[in-house]
Design a protein around this ligand. Structure first.
Ligand code: NDP
Length: 395
């Protein structure tokens, strides 16, 4: 029986993973090793009972008593805290979903690779902050990383049977997010509710706002560079409001392989779950005659400073991806709390990268987990200071 663990089981990607697991037979078809969650203890306990998990772990030690109480009388073991989550990743499982949001997803992913698991990677922050480290761990332990981000799954699928050396360009599609049709001068006044109204995808709160600012796409550009090893100059971004083409690979003969499908994350999660085979999935089928038109437009650099910053990070290397991601997470926290304007998030990230320039180094190949964690810590402190500084766009 195949064994699996889900990190971030109570989130948007986690729930959709659980949905597919249940449809495929649940606890009768899989041995569920570990399920982890954050604050949603009730849902974590419910899933752990239903899937007969060996262990359920919540992120906050303060949640342990409630988790224990909710799982009383079951065979599920309980634990809490970041180290307990990492220890859950030490328990061997054939397939591990990495769907914690943010930099907290890195350590469990690395620990799972160390026992040779197939890591289904939704946590793009792992590759942005520590791509070389993650790839080296996978190579050293004979583990495999499968992309779950819909764009990277699309690229992965468009590369099947092809020679990477024949790739000329990778074209990442972007919906443009909730604010894509707002006038540029109105963006500074956008609220959290405005940025959360995503036109196509139902996702977690943080990634939805990152879609509106294109920080999500910026992370994905860096993720593409780290996962597929292509030159940054080969990576393009195009706005495709319908979100039906999930990304494209252009080859040296001019051919472009595009991956299409309904905007439903269960597609790429299911592909990673069933790889290298394809199984039937409960996703909508496209009616092309009804869709009739697909549209594209180039992203406006003035609206999306995150895309330019991603290019700088890729040129800069070293620990700049760590600082970029940490500063972005802190800026987003301040936007969510109402203390920072929508466009000011980009300013904060840029100022953090400038302030830490001398500490970022330029060698990514020799980075250690300790280097990554130290820079993450430093960048969060600097970003907090910078985000609190008065600025014109701040509210
Ligand atoms: P959600 O915010 O919906 O879920 C995040 C999960 O992580 C939840 O289980 C949450 O627990 C848990 N969590 C939050 N903070 C911590 C922490 N500090 N330590 C441990 N666990 C924590 O996020 P998404 O599902 O939207 O995204 C997950 C990852 O997948 C992100 O990296 C995102 O970029 C990526 N991704 C998401 C897509 C989507 O469609 N949603 C698409 C492509 C990639 P709880 O909810 O219980 O508090």
């Amino acid at each position: 029986m195949r064994s699996l663990s889900i990190f971030g089981a109570t989130g948007s990607v986690g729930e959709q993973t659980v949905d597919l697991i249940r449809r495929a037979g649940g606890a009768d078809a899989f041995r569920v090793v570990a399920l982890t969650g954050g604050r949603n203890i009730a849902r974590l306990a419910e899933m752990a009972r239903d899937l007969r998990a060996e262990v359920a772990v919540c992120a906050e030690p303060s949640g342990l008593a409630e988790l224990r109480e909710r799982l009383a009388g079951s065979a599920v073991q309980v634990a809490a805290g970041p180290e307990a989550i990492a220890e859950a990743a030490d328990r061997p499982a054939d397939w591990v979903m990495s769907a914690i949001v943010g930099a907290a997803g890195l350590l469990p992913g690395i620990r799972a690779l160390r026992h040779g698991a197939t890591l289904a990677l939704a946590n793009k922050e792992s590759l942005v902050t520590a791509g070389p480290l993650l790839m080296a761990e996978a190579a050293a332990h004979g583990a495999r990383i499968l992309p779950v981000d819909s764009e990277h799954s699309a690229i992965f699928q468009a590369l099947v049977g092809e020679d990477v050396a024949a790739v000329e360009r990778i074209i990442l599609t972007a919906s443009g997010g909730a604010l894509r049709d707002w006038p540029l001068e109105a963006l500074a006044r956008a609220t959290v509710a405005d940025a959360l109204a995503h036109p196509n995808w139902a996702m977690g709160q943080r990634i939805t706002i990152d879609s509106a600012s294109m920080f999500n796409k910026a992370l994905e550009v860096i993720e593409t560079r780290e996962f597929f090893g292509v030159d940054p100059a080969q990576i393009e971004v195009i706005i495709h409001p319908e979100s039906l083409i999930h990304s494209m690979v252009g080859y040296r003969d001019g051919a472009i392989m595009a991956h299409m499908g309904a905007p439903d994350m269960r597609h790429s999660i299911g592909y990673a779950l069933n790889w290298p085979e394809r199984a039937e999935l409960p996703v909508a089928r496209l009616d092309l005659a009804q869709i009739a038109t697909l549209t594209f437009r180039a992203p406006d650099p003035a609206r999306y400073p995150a895309l330019r910053l991603a290019r700088e990070v890729m040129a800069r290397r070293g620990l700049s991806g760590v600082a970029f991601n940490a500063a972005k997470e802190v800026a987003l926290d301040h936007f969510l709390a109402g203390g920072l304007g929508f466009m000011a998030m980009g300013c904060v990230v840029e100022e953090v990268l400038e302030a830490l320039d001398g500490d970022l180094g330029s060698d990514s190949a020799t980075m250690t987990l300790e280097d990554v964690q130290a820079m993450d810590h430093l960048a969060r402190i600097r970003a907090g200071e910078i985000a609190r500084m008065p600025r014109q766009e701040s509210r």
